[in-house]
Design a protein around this ligand. Structure first.
Ligand code: NI
Length: 256
């Protein structure tokens, strides 16, 4: 039975600066993180994360264009993703979505490219790894209107418990990262307490959002255990229960 090890379902190991890839993977292994999924963000990333997934047995990838990089999207990229996605190591389209925090100057383009990538995921029958920053309503509405058959994962979830409940009602998954360990993250702790284990995934989003007790340092997949520990504490269940349930969810969704 699977489940006594962790899976980091969203880590940009290609962006970690202080450690080599071998060190990152070694630390992950030592901390019982057995599988990693690396999202693409921009056009250059697509080749990079795909190559990582081909090079390392336990590294998988999502291919897609981040909303802040929406200008990178074109037919060539779309065709490239369609071709690369034939590999079983490509387990989703991501990270895609809407980001109204960094730049609101091209919201319409962000929406258009988000919709195109949802349709591509539907065609390829792959899950979507969704980035939603300060764009909860539009993200929800677009997914509800345009997604037909892809499993939806709300990566780095940052909404309210009420919004989480709406997402759960749609059959979507919520991925939680290091923010839940921050002392002042009252809303995230509430969210973690209310999401059923069957709908929960763990991630680090490293090198960003490093959990306590390493907050301030660069994040890495090994630290996903602190997210699991915090969720166990909040839910008043065992650490192993959190690990086992989230790993089973990830293996089922991404067929890894
Ligand atoms: Ni990310």
């Amino acid at each position: 039975m699977s489940g006594n090890y962790l899976i980091d379902t969203h880590t940009h190991i290609n962006m970690i600066e202080k450690l080599s890839l071998d060190e990152i993977l070694e630390n992950a292994g030592k901390n019982n993180v057995k599988k990693l999924i690396v999202p693409a963000s921009n056009a250059a990333d697509i080749d990079e994360v795909f190559e990582l997934s081909q090079k390392y047995d336990n590294v998988y990838c999502y291919l897609g264009i981040h909303p802040s990089e929406a200008k990178d999207w074109n037919d060539t990229i779309e065709e490239k993703i369609r071709t690369l996605a034939k590999s079983p190591k490509v387990v989703g389209i991501g990270e895609i979505g809407l980001d109204y925090y960094w730049d609101k100057s091209f919201v319409e383009l962000q929406k258009e490219i988000f919709i195109k990538q949802i349709k591509l995921a539907n065609e390829l029958n792959l899950p979507v790894n969704v980035h939603d920053r300060e764009a909860h309503k539009d993200t929800f509405d677009i997914l509800k209107e345009h997604n037909k058959n892809s499993t939806v994962i709300m990566h780095c979830f940052s909404g309210s418990p009420e919004f989480a409940a709406e997402c759960i009602k749609e059959g979507w998954y919520i991925a939680i990262g290091g923010v839940v360990t921050f002392k002042n993250a009252k809303k995230m702790k509430e969210v973690a307490g209310t999401i059923p284990l069957e709908r929960l995934l763990l991630e680090t989003d490293s090198p960003y959002l490093t959990p306590v007790p390493y907050r301030g340092d660069e994040n890495q997949p090994a630290y996903v255990k602190f997210v699991a520990e915090e969720i166990a504490k909040i839910k008043e269940i065992s650490y192993n229960e959190v690990v086992s349930a989230t790993t089973q969810n990830a293996e089922r969704i991404f067929v890894i």
